[in-house]
Each structure stands twice: as C-alpha cells, then as structure tokens.
Write a protein that binds this ligand. Sequence first.
Ligand SMILES: Nc1nc2c(c(=O)[nH]1)N[C@H]1C(S)=C(S)[C@@H](COP(=O)(O)OP(=O)(O)OC[C@H]3O[C@@H](n4cnc5c(=O)[nH]c(N)nc54)[C@H](O)[C@@H]3O)O[C@H]1N2
Ligand SMILES: Nc1nc2c(c(=O)[nH]1)N[C@H]1C(S)=C(S)[C@@H](COP(=O)(O)OP(=O)(O)OC[C@H]3O[C@@H](n4cnc5c(=O)[nH]c(N)nc54)[C@H](O)[C@@H]3O)O[C@H]1N2
Ligand code: SF4
Ligand SMILES: [Mo]
Length: 694
Amino acid sequence: MEKVYTVCGMCTVRCPAEAWVEGGRIVALQGNAHVPAMAGGLCPRGAAGTALLADGERPQTPLIREGARGEGRWRSVSWDEALDHVADRLKAVMAAHGPRSVALSDRGGPFRDMHRALLRGLGSPNYVNHDAGCARNVQHANLSLTGLGRKDVAYDYPHARHVVLQLRNVFEAVDVQEVHNLMSALENGCRLSVIDIRTSVSATKAHDFFMVRPGSDYAFNLAVIHVLIKERLYKGAYAAKHIQDLPALAAFIEPNTPEWPAGETGVEADRLRRFVRRLAEAAPAVIWHPGWMAARYLHSFYVCRSIYIINALLGAYGAKGGLPLVNKPADVGRKGLKAFVDLFPAPKEPRADGVGWRYNHFDKGPGLAHLLYRAMETDDPYPVKAYIAYRHDPLMGFPEPDRLRRIFDRLDLLVAVTFSWSDTAWYADVVLPLSTYLERESIIACKNALKPFFFVRQRAVQPCYDTRADWQIVGGLARRLGLPQLDFDTIDDIWRFQLEGTGVAPEDFAATGMVPLAEAPIYRDPEKLKFKTPSGKIEIVSELLEKNGIVSLKPYEPPRPPPQGMFRLTFGRCALHTQGHTVNNALLAEQMAENALWINARAAQALGIGDGDRVEVSQNGYKETIKAYVTDGMHPEAVFVVHGFGHTLPVESRARGKGLADNKFMKGGLDLWDPAGGAIACQEQFVAVRKAEN
Ligand SMILES: Nc1nc2c(c(=O)[nH]1)N[C@H]1C(S)=C(S)[C@@H](COP(=O)(O)OP(=O)(O)OC[C@H]3O[C@@H](n4cnc5c(=O)[nH]c(N)nc54)[C@H](O)[C@@H]3O)O[C@H]1N2
Ligand SMILES: Nc1nc2c(c(=O)[nH]1)N[C@H]1C(S)=C(S)[C@@H](COP(=O)(O)OP(=O)(O)OC[C@H]3O[C@@H](n4cnc5c(=O)[nH]c(N)nc54)[C@H](O)[C@@H]3O)O[C@H]1N2
Ligand code: SF4
Ligand SMILES: [Mo]
C-alpha cells in the first residue's frame, strides 16, 4: 500500500488529506495524520470523495454542444478538438470585441493562479469569483475598518475563552480543523454563544443561544456596542492606542440601549447585558466570528462591520485567543511562491463590472460577478461575449437562473470547466471535464497562517475517464492562444517554477505533503500592531467609504416584515452536502436525498401543516413542493432550507426532482445587492407556503 498526500476537493475548505492506494485503487481516504486538527478524519463529504471517482454520472470526455443551449445533445470529442474549438472561438471573440470581452469566473481558493494568469495573459481584466454570493460583505467590512482582508486574521480557537457565532454555523457549515479546534476549546472551558434565526446544530451546543428576528442582527450588535461603551467594558488602553474615532462611535450608539432593540430582535435587555459582561470578562481571548455566507440582506455589510468593531473594542484583533494577524511568507523572512499572474502586466482596461472605476470602494481582486452579468446583459460598459465558468455554477449559486440563461444566450461562447455536472455546465457550449481531485495533481499553494506553510496535492490514482488536470487544460489552451509561458510538459516543471528562490524543492513535500515556513506559530506583539489604514489604526470612520457616498455608521433600519401569509425565505448548509455539487454523489445522496422546509410549529399549525407533510412553496407564480420540517426551533417570520437541492438535469438520476431550489425563489435578485458591501442580498425574499394537494 502506498500513501499519497492529497488535498480534499469536496468543498472549498481544502483539508489536508491522505489517500492509501493499492493496485491503482483508493483503499482508504483520511485526514493528513501530520495535522493534529485533522486527526478526527475528514467530514462526511470528504469521506464520500471515493464515490466521485467512478461516478458514471459526471462528464467523462470533452463535450461540444450539438443542439440548442441546455437541450443536452452533446458530441463527445477529443481533447485536441475541444481545446482547438475553444481557442478558435476565443480568438474570434477577441478579434471582434477585444480581449476585454472575455470573462472568467471561479470558486476562489488556493489553486487559481494558472487560470487567472491565462485570462490576464489574454489581456482581459474580467476575472470574477463566486464571492459576491458568499463572503464579499465580510471582506469589505474588514477592509473598511482595518485595511485587512477577512483572511488576514486567524481565528485562534485553541486559546479562545468565548466564541460567538452569528451568521455562522461551525458545526454544520464545516471546516474540519475549525470544528476540531472549537470542540477542544469547549472541552477546555471556552464559552459558546450563538445568534441565529433557528436552532442549528451549533445553537444546540451553545451555552447561550439567542434566536433573533431574521434581519435584526444589526440592532442586536449596536446594543452590544452600547453596553460595551456605556459600561466601560471595552479595552481602554487598546482602544486608545489602536482605535480611531471612538467618540464618534460612542455618540452614534447613544440611542441603541438593550431595551431599545428588544422589540426588534426579540432578545430581552437583561439577557443581552449579561451576555456582554461575560464577553468582556473573557476579552481579549474572544472570537466573535464575522460570518462567512453573508450575502443575505441589503445591509449585511454593516452587520459584519459591527462584528469587527465589537472584536476591536474587546481588543481581540491581534490577540492570542482572538483574531491574531496571520503571517505571510515575507512576515517570517521567507520568499513566497512565484506567481504565474506576475508573468503578465495587469490589464489597463476598466473592468466590465465597474469595480475600481464606477465603484471605487470595492476590492478589485475578484470583482462582483452579478455586475459582470449585468454588463453581459446590457453591453454596458462594453460587450462581454465569451465566458469561462471555471469551477463555478452561477446558475445554481446566483438568483434568477432563468434570467441568467437569457443573459448567457447573448454570449458567443460559454465554457464550463468542471468535474461534475452542473446547471451551468449543462447550458455551456463546451464542457472541459476536469479530473477529480484524487486523479490530478495541483499547483503548489501557500497558506498564510500563524505558522504559514506551502502545501501540494499529489495525484493518487489515474483518471477513470478521459479527463485532465487543471494545468493540462490551462496549458493546452495557453499553447493555442500564444501564451507558451503557461504551457508545461510536466507538473514537476510547474512546481519548480513556483518554488524558484524559496529554498524549497518539490521533494520536500514527500514527508508530509506540506512544508512549514516557520518553526512555530508566531503571534505579533499586540503593542506594535499596525493596521493597513492611512492612520495605521482601526478606523471607525472610513474615508474611502465616505468619499464614495457611503456612511461609516449607519442607523438601524428594521427588516421589512413578511407580507400577510408569507415568510422570509432563508437558507444555509448541512454537514452532508456541499452547495449544489454533492447532491448527486452516490454515498451522500443515500444519506440525504432531499432538503426539507423548516417552518415554525405555530405558523405551521395555523396553516394546517403537520411535520412531514408535503407543502407548496410559491413566489410570483413559480412553485415547487417540498417536505415540511415542523419545529419550535425556527423563527416564525421565516422558513429555511438547505441550499443546493432541486436538481433537474436528466444526467443526475440520484438528485433529479428531489427537494427545492432556493435560488429560483428570488425574483429580481440579481439587482438586489448591498451597495456598501457589494454582495447580493439573497434573503430579501418572501414566499407563500401552503399544504400541497396530493
Ligand atoms: N457541510 C458544508 N460545509 C460548508 C459548505 C457546504 O456547502 N457544506 N460550504 C462552505 C461555504 S462556501 C461557506 S460560505 C460556509 C458557510 O458557512 P456559514 O455561513 O456558517 O453557513 P450557513 O449555513 O450558510 O449560515 C450560517 C447560519 O446563518 C443562519 N442565518 C440565516 N439568516 C440569519 C439571520 O438573519 N441572522 C442570523 N443571526 N443568522 C442567520 C442560518 O440559519 C445558518 O445556521 O460553509 C462552508 N462549509
Ligand atoms: N440561493 C443561494 N445561493 C447561494 C448560496 C445559498 O446558500 N443559497 N450559497 C452561496 C455560497 S456561500 C457560495 S460559496 C456559492 C457557491 O457557488 P459555486 O461556487 O458555484 O458552487 P460549488 O457547488 O461549490 O462549485 C461550482 C461547480 O464547481 C465544480 N467543482 C467543484 N470542485 C471543483 C474543482 O476542484 N475544480 C473544478 N474545475 N470544478 C469544481 C462543482 O462540481 C460545481 O459544479 O453559492 C452562493 N449562492
Ligand atoms: S471540510 Fe470536508 S469536504 Fe471540505 S475539504 Fe474538509 S474534508 Fe473535504
Ligand atoms: Mo461560500
């Protein structure tokens, strides 16, 4: 038996893993034993990775569309033909409309350097990722206060004394190491408080659970800030040194007493005060998680901002047991990986999504996908005619899939690079099938952390079907498009390119799959913290925001109550599936084949709905049916589903026709987005629910 170090590919967390291989077959798959927090093994989705390998229901050869878009008539072709076809069509689009008319989107993550470089090499600025439907508000919130991105701070669970989860369900929206670290912290006496609209698994493990009215979190948080300041519970010396504009904050929260939001949030004032005092006792070893999937409301940016402000007042930014700053290679005196994107100059053209010129307060990196789609729809500011969805399924991950299909109909070329079927791949002109993560190696990646490291994914087994690794797909396109810099014969050549000057060699990954860049975790001296703002402090009033007409301190506006007889549609994750892309996995479909509609028991009773009944969910004439899960653990104003279900593709027999697709109940959703944080606002939607007729 041979052990191969891999990186799990069943979700974007990318846990370090090891595959045990015998006779060219995987016999065991588990967490990388050299990483203590992976000792509990992979999560259920990670363990189900083996079912992906020989899955006959994934694209098995390159495919070129024969019939109309979405009709499902494909011609199976050779790689040469597929890559020639894509390259020729890209050249034609660029000849007619310029390189900027080519766009590429992906799912973020550590392995995107080569395909981003391909787009840049072509001369297009139009790279976007999924994040407009995920964590953009969190990212922008941290940037607006500290100049740091959301991943520039770590969550130091092992040393935390109080963890608060708001808009974050650690025990079901899983990152294995985070789960492990939080569990150990709880065993060591750390307190857990959860603020949610329903009793998630995390809520059931909390010392304190606050069920708040959906969309009222900002009111809750302003009251927390009020108590911290009025009762002088914040870290005074830290604030004096590191926080700018505290008087402005103090004046702003004057009216936001805990008594004030009780009617808004449903949380009793005394309970809130006790919670804040407890929190202050544990400071600065406190983590109030800023959220992850925060693309929910039109003002979610301010919720995330208020969370970061609370962390700042508690002195948690930069603290051991709080949110210490991560180290990049340069911070520990090492050279980082050589980047493929740096082979090409940054394109000077303005971005089609308007980020960086129409919208100056947004982070340019991954732009905003929904605004790119608007540009495709309107040709404003210019036509975008070719689109590569690289590990991305916007037809499932964004609102209004029918409108998006009409938008994609305006493209001359839609390419999907994917290892499974998805609505977007099904609608594409060309499908380039990627080998599953167990059948491919990836470029080396760097993880910035308290103890930063390089890591690599090795190929565990040979591909079952006629699929290829990313570097082969990108290299094949690059060769045909006049970018030989990205065309390599072997993965070893790529790794050597990346590692040049770092003092690390590909062989160094043999022992553990990783190469640490420091001996031990390194915490910065909290006294010497410098933030990346003009003042070097945490800036409560952001000049960048204000200059762009956006207030730094926004008064609370109550969420719109649901119209009579309707519910706010909310959603989230479960431990058994990843977004929409594991629902057809043979092992996971067996565990959980469909989602259910969480509905408050009293609300259900009023509608004559019993637990397990089939109900009809509708919005603007569109309807689907789903099984009801009747529970006291759901706020009465909302219903909840696990996202990712309601598949319709004939090639997905295990997922087809099971459960409900939340993103189809989001009328006008592509135009509903948070002007300050940029992310779409998926939960500003209401649905009607009634018992289904048989
Ligand atoms: N198993 C599994 N793990 C995953 C993923 C997966 O698909 N499956 N996806 C990964 C990805 S991409 C992401 S972004 C993360 C997401 O990680 P999280 O953001 O933690 O996950 P969610 O379940 O989307 O949402 C968290 C909680 O927010 C609650 N919520 C909804 N509306 C409100 C509200 O108005 N106020 C409050 N206070 N709470 C509200 C939901 O009930 C839910 O329990 O998970 C990652 N991990
Ligand atoms: N209504 C609604 N919308 C949402 C959400 C929600 O909860 N409700 N969640 C939001 C969140 S948090 C996110 S992160 C996005 C997720 O949206 P996406 O990023 O689009 O979702 P995924 O399903 O993770 O991945 C997309 C596709 O990539 C393929 N894929 C997976 N791994 C790989 C890989 O390694 N390489 C390649 N090339 N392809 C791969 C998958 O098979 C899948 O078809 O959706 C967002 N949109
Ligand atoms: S959290 Fe689970 S699915 Fe995601 S990378 Fe880790 S083991 Fe794989
Ligand atoms: Mo996400």
